[in-house]
Design a protein around this ligand. Structure first.
Ligand code: MSP
Length: 533
């Protein structure tokens, strides 16, 4: 067991196939992981955030063939030109980026399967059945649909809508059936280990229907990690890819080495974040593999929904993929992060539309928070020469704001802790609305007309800026660029230190912004986009 005191909050995203460039579906998972890990960092926890790419398998091999390059050349180019840059585009602060073609991965994957084989869970047999290259998955007959139109008379994959291929290969098998009872017992004891609840139910019913052994190698594929005991076969791409969560943090490394210590600190993952399309791999095969190697199981697999286009999963193969930069070049990375996590209930499917995004950007970001910050900083500039006034004699109106802040921080922390982004975001947004309401009620511009109201004006301006301090901290994991700009405009950094060092548990403590700080009206946080459509 890991010592809880030294355990890092370890979160992973799926590793993405590099058969093509990223679209906003991939960016959605990475963004969610980034927001969540930034939140945990601001809780003061030690955090490790891993993402990366899945480079082996038939799908990538075939893409390279179409591009008339070697698979290695294909993945090197796409990783360098598209997959690594997209992290900066969405403003992800990952701690590591794993590529499955790296030696650290390949060697450790081989070691892992040696252990599983020594433990008696691998044997050789004939595999005959359907395979979907899009999913890189051996399908069960019940998984498939009858094709229509050009695919009439054929069985098609329900995710890709394309015919499956019939395979007949001499393969090595993983004894998945041996873990059926242990998996059921594990999930009965840990219902929180698969979320949301619908995903849990799906997984339980799949396991209860009975688990059959599954091929863990491929003989007709060359682009992969060779099986250590049979060099004519490569390890089935999923049974190579899933292991990235272990290899990247040092599985199999000398316990006294840097990697070995990282493994001790990170294992097991706190959250394996995935799209619902790959739930079965993560909630059935993956824990069974870990049991087979005597490793502790991840604490939670969270399966989010799909971004849809025309009611179907957005995908490059269906030519419905929107590149993240198409949206981010226009709205900025903060608005991208805000929109997808606020507008779609995490765990449900959702659609993207320019109209909806423009409407929310204008109402909630530009007119809501942006306007509040602009008004506050402009008024401190105008009425107080840019120096934050000291406040005495808070009235009921200010006590209400402070109480609302305490409630907001609590609700948001609970929601982010439960991976419920929209509830957390809405809590902060409602606090922003409340402070905007306070500004309207208190009319500081009217107070400023008469010097006799000076003390009251100071209290009101202080209250608005102090509220903005807390909003900046609470929204920093979600919108790090705009919030660090707000932090600077409030002059908060001098006394309080960097925004990323501010703790969630302390955010509601009223009166942290020291009087006398230099408040400046800077660049608009969310500039109006007249042509946003
Ligand atoms: N390589 C495998 C994962 C291996 S993890 C050990 C894979 N890659 S993928 O590139 O096809 O997709 C990975 C993930 O990208 C999905 O699980 C999901 O998190 C995200 N998405 C891809 N398309 C998506 C949507 N249309 N909508 C939401 N998320 C999507 O599967």
């Amino acid at each position: 067991m890991t010592d809880p005191a030294s355990k890092a909050f370890y979160l992973t995203t799926p590793i993405y196939y590099v058969n093509d460039a990223p679209h906003i579906g991939h960016a959605y998972t990475t963004t969610a992981g980034d927001v969540l890990t930034r939140w945990h960092r601001q809780r003061g926890e030690q955090v490790w955030f891993l993402t990366g790419v899945d480079e082996h398998g038939t799908k990538v091999q075939r893409a390279a063939e179409t591009g008339e390059v070697t698979p290695q050349q294909w993945v090197d180019r796409l990783v360098e030109e598209s997959w690594q840059p997209v992290l900066a585009t969405v403003d992800a602060a990952n701690d590591d980026f794993i590529r499955t073609t790296e030696p650290r991965h390949g060697e450790r994957v081989q070691r892992f399967w040696e252990v599983v084989r020594e433990n008696g869970y691998v044997y050789s047999s004939l595999y005959e059945g359907p395979y979907c290259v899009g999913c890189e998955e051996f399908k069960l007959p019940g998984d498939l649909l009858d094709g229509e139109g050009e695919y009439g008379g054929q069985k098609v994959c329900p995710v890709h809508g394309r015919p499956v291929e019939q395979l007949a290969e001499e393969n090595w098998f993983f004894r998945l059936s041996a873990f059926q009872d242990r998996l059921i017992a594990h999930y009965e004891a840990h219902p929180e280990a698969v979320q949301p609840r619908s995903a849990y139910n799906e997984v339980m019913s799949f396991i209860r229907q009975g688990l059959t052994d599954i091929s863990m190698s491929r003989s007709s594929v060359s682009w992969g990690i060779p099986l250590p005991w049979d060099n004519d076969q490569v390890i089935y791409v999923w049974f190579d890819a899933l292991l990235n969560y272990a290899t990247a943090v040092g599985y199999g490394a000398d316990p006294d080495s840097v990697d070995g210590r990282r493994f001790a600190e990170c294992w097991p993952p706190d959250v394996n974040l995935v799209g619902k399309d790959i739930l079965r791999f993560h909630a059935v095969y993956w824990p069974a593999m870990l049991m087979a190697a005597d490793l502790e199981l991840p604490r939670k697999v969270f399966a989010h929904g799909w971004l849809l286009v025309g009611g179907e999963k957005m995908s490059k193969s269906k030519l419905t993929g929107i590149a993240p930069e198409q949206i981010i070049d226009h709205f900025g990375s903060d608005a991208f992060r805000y929109y997808f996590l606020r507008a779609i209930q995490f765990g449900q499917d959702g659609s993207f539309s320019w109209e909806d995004m423009s409407a929310r950007y204008t109402a909630e970001l530009a007119n809501g928070l942006g306007n509040l910050a602009a008004r506050a900083t402009a008024m401190v500039g105008k009425y107080c020469d840019g120096s934050l006034p000291a406040a005495h004699d808070f009235t009921a109106a200010e006590h209400e704001i402070a109480a609302a802040l305490a409630e907001t921080a609590e609700v948001a922390d609970r929601a982010f802790g439960a991976i419920d982004f929209s509830v957390g975001i809405v809590a902060v947004k409602e606090f922003v609305d409340r402070v905007n309401g306070y500004v309207t009620e208190q009319e500081p511009w009217a107070l400023a007309k008469d010097e006799a109201n000076r003390a009251r004006l100071d209290v009101v301006l202080y209250t608005i800026c102090e509220s903005l301090r807390a909003i900046a901290v609470l929204y920093n994991p979600l919108m790090p660029k705009a919030m660090s700009s707000l932090w600077q405009q409030l002059g908060a950094g001098g006394e309080l230190g960097p925004i990323a060092d501010q703790r969630i548990a302390d955010v509601a403590r009223w009166g942290q912004l020291p009087p006398g700080t230099h408040v400046v009206k800077g660049e608009s946080l969310f500039p109006r986009l007249d042509d946003a459509s």
